[in-house]
Design a protein around this ligand. Structure first.
Ligand code: HPA
Length: 280
C-alpha cells in the first residue's frame, strides 16, 4: 500500500471516530490491546458498548481465528477504557500504517495511556511457560516502522527519542501491584519480529545474545505509534512457550493459546490493579 499523507490519515481517522461516536459517548483515557488468547481479559470490564471492526470506516479487519475483532468500551475499576479485542499483525499482510490506525483512533477518542498484552516465547532461562513478563524495553526487529513517511509535527515528533517508552512510574506500579497480588512477575526486553514462523534454535540464540528476554510477532509497531503520539505505555507478555536453543521441542498454536488462556486471569487482575491506580 502506498504511504499516506497525514491529510489522508486525519480524514480517515475522523471518519472512523465519527462512526464510533454515533453509538459511543465515552472518552476512554486508557486503551487496552488484547493479545493472542487473551480476548477474555475484558471480562472484568463493565461493558457499555461495542463496535465491530468491520463496521468502522478504514479499520483493518482481523483474520486470525483467535481474535474477535471489535472495540469494547466500558469501565474498568472506575476508569473509562476502550479495549481492542483482536489486533492486527504484520504477518497477516497488514501494512504498518494499517497496524497503527486503531492506535491512532484510540488517541482521537481520548486515550492517554496504552496497555498492551501479547503472547511471547521466553528466551531468558530463568523464565517458565506461564510467567508474566513486564516489558521494560523493546527491540524493533520488524522490517519497517509505522512512522516511515511524512510526519505531522502537531501529532508527534519527526524523530521521536526512545527515552522511557515504557513509563517508569507504571513499571514501578506494576511491580507493586504484582507483589500485592502475590504474583510471580518477570521483567525484560521484548523483541518483535514478523513471524509467522517461530524461531529456529540459531535465531533464539541470536536474539538472546542481542539482549532480549522474550520474542513475539506484535506490540512493537503499536507501541512506536503510541509513543509517537505521546501516550504513556504499560505492556506485558505472557510467556507461552520457552525458546531455549539447547532445549528445543515442538510448539503448536494450541500450546500458545492454552498457556495464554490459563495465565489470563492473573494478567487480568494485574492489569485491573494497574488501571485502578493510574492517574488518568
Ligand atoms: N516466537 C515468536 N512468537 C511467539 C512465540 C515464539 O516462540 N510464542 C508466542 N509467540
Amino acid at each position: 500500500m502506498a504511504i499516506q499523507t497525514w491529510d489522508e490519515i486525519h480524514k480517515q481517522l475522523d471518519e472512523a471516530v465519527a462512526h464510533i461516536r454515533k453509538t459511543i459517548d465515552s472518552t476512554p483515557k486508557v486503551g487496552i490491546i488484547l493479545g493472542t488468547g487473551l480476548g477474555s481479559l475484558v471480562d472484568g470490564i463493565e461493558m457499555t458498548g461495542t463496535v465491530g471492526y468491520e463496521t468502522i470506516p478504514h479499520f483493518p479487519v482481523s483474520t486470525v481465528e483467535s481474535h474477535a475483532g471489535r472495540l469494547l468500551f466500558g469501565k474498568l475499576r472506575g476508569k473509562d477504557v476502550v479495549a481492542m479485542q483482536g489486533r492486527f499483525h504484520f504477518y497477516e499482510g497488514y501494512s504498518f500504517q494499517q497496524i497503527a490506525f486503531p492506535v491512532r483512533v484510540m488517541k482521537k477518542l481520548g486515550m492517554e495511556t496504552l496497555v498492551v498484552s501479547n503472547a511471547a516465547g521466553g528466551m531468558n532461562p530463568n523464565f517458565v511457560a506461564g510467567d508474566i513478563m513486564l516489558i521494560k524495553d523493546h527491540i524493533n526487529f520488524f522490517p519497517g516502522n509505522p512512522l516511515i513517511g511524512p510526519n505531522d509535527d502537531s501529532w508527534g515528533d519527526r524523530f521521536p527519542d526512545m527515552y522511557e517508552v515504557y513509563n517508569r512510574k507504571y513499571l514501578a506500579m506494576a511491580k507493586a501491584v504484582a507483589i500485592e497480588q502475590g504474583l510471580r512477575m518477570q521483567e525484560g526486553v521484548y523483541v518483535g519480529l514478523t513471524g509467522p514462523c517461530l524461531e529456529t534454535a540459531a535465531e533464539y540464540r541470536m536474539l538472546r545474545g542481542f539482549g532480549a528476554d522474550a520474542v513475539g510477532m506484535s506490540t512493537v509497531p503499536e507501541v512506536i505509534t503510541a509513543h509517537h503520539q505521546k501516550n504513556r505505555i504499560l505492556a506485558f507478555s505472557i510467556i507461552t512457550d520457552m525458546g531455549l536453543p539447547d532445549n528445543m521441542h515442538p510448539c503448536s498454536l494450541d500450546d500458545v493459546i492454552g498457556t495464554a488462556s490459563k495465565t489470563e486471569p492473573k494478567l487480568r487482575d494485574l492489569i485491573a490493579g494497574c488501571v485502578e491506580r493510574m492517574d488518568v
